[in-house]
Design a protein around this ligand. Structure first.
Ligand code: ZN
Length: 335
């Protein structure tokens, strides 16, 4: 080894590329980067705020302190009641009234017709307060779930929100008793799978994120009564995600943060990321920062373990389109 390389080399000779690489890594690892910087952007995810308004407020405040904002948009993976409007008011307060928020329907959001109506209106007319979600979508959901299932593109990534409670019929419901987008239990019914397959087939982006409230492979709670209650449909769903090269399926429902890949069942290359809870205290509160670069996707996980202050607990490289995927991880990660 040449003793002058690389230790004694002056910084000025390392070269611009090396410095940029170091700076980029430092930015990624710190979580601090502009919402959109060249080809790179980030978005943030929470789940299950329920009526934990003060916890959700502290979490949004921590997003601002750690990341400098919610990024290109924020997604919350379901169970948005008590009042969805109150949780949106917290988004307004911390991220601004024009902040883009994609609310995913959860099982508790189906209990009150008024709250479901809020979700449908948010899609249709932004509840007359914001630009509607419908203006930003690429693909509207199937008839019967056309305002709670949809997809959109952002830069080099494709995003899909699923209403996993749609039972496949063509008429929207009103309350749990009647109607197709409210009547089902968490299940990827064949009609939803068919819509999803067509949506994925039309996608040309290298990175794909799918959001649904219930995990396919639940952790800690709701084992056996999440999407895994209908194993055949769950397995067909997961095979589709695998074959389409989906980067991650992001969900909530259990209130426990978990990251799974390559372990039991049919989990292969697709990550299942349980976003924990933003308002319940079973497992403290959690927020996620996904960083989408031109060639790779990474994830910063921030948690507070039920105490007041959030800290980063994990940094994971999720996918690279330049290099082959690493060997499958052997088990779940749950720091
Ligand atoms: Zn739930």
């Amino acid at each position: 080894m040449d003793q002058n390389e690389p230790r004694n080399r002056p910084l000025s000779q390392i070269g611009a590329i090396g410095i940029i690489a170091i700076l980029t890594f430092a930015l990624l690892a710190s979580g601090r980067l502009p919402a959109q910087d060249g080809g790179t952007f980030y978005f943030t995810v929470t789940s299950d705020p329920h009526s934990g308004y003060s916890r959700f407020s502290r979490l949004c405040d921590a997003i601002n302190k750690h990341l400098g904002g919610a990024g290109a948009f924020h997604v919350t993976a379901g169970d948005l009641v008590g009042s969805i409007a109150k949780n949106r008011a917290i988004i307004d307060r911390y991220f601004g009234r024009a902040a883009l928020w994609y609310p995913v329907v959860g099982n508790h959001d189906l209990d009150k017709p008024k709250e479901l109506e809020w979700l449908r209106n948010e899609y249709e007319n932004g509840n007359k307060l914001r630009s509607p979600i419908s203006e930003r979508i690429k693909n509207r959901g199937p008839a019967g779930s056309s305002r709670t299932t949809y997809s959109w593109d952002h830069r080099n990534a494709h995003f899909i929100v699923l209403n996993v409670y749609w039972n496949g019929d063509a008429n929207e419901g009103n309350g749990r008793e009647n109607g197709s987008d409210t009547a089902g239990e968490g299940d990827i019914v064949p009609a939803l799978l068919k819509w999803l397959a067509a949506d994925l087939a039309a996608n040309d982006k290298p990175f794909i994120f799918v959001f649904g409230h219930e995990p396919a492979f639940p952790w800690e709670r709701h084992v056996g009564d999440s999407l895994d209650a209908y194993k055949e449909n769950r397995d067909a769903f997961w095979r589709l995600l695998e074959s389409a090269g989906v980067t991650a399926y992001v969900c909530g429902h259990t209130h426990y943060y978990s990251v799974r890949r390559g372990d039991a069942g049919n989990i292969g290359n697709v990550w299942q990321i349980g976003a924990g809870s933003a308002g319940k205290n079973d497992d403290g509160q959690t927020f996620l920062q996904f960083i989408v670069g031109s060639r790779e996707v990474s994830l910063n996980v921030y948690r507070n373990a039920g105490t007041g202050s959030f800290r980063k607990t994990a940094y994971l490289k999720l996918k690279s389109v330049k290099q082959p995927l690493p060997d499958l991880m052997e088990t779940a990660v749950h720091p």
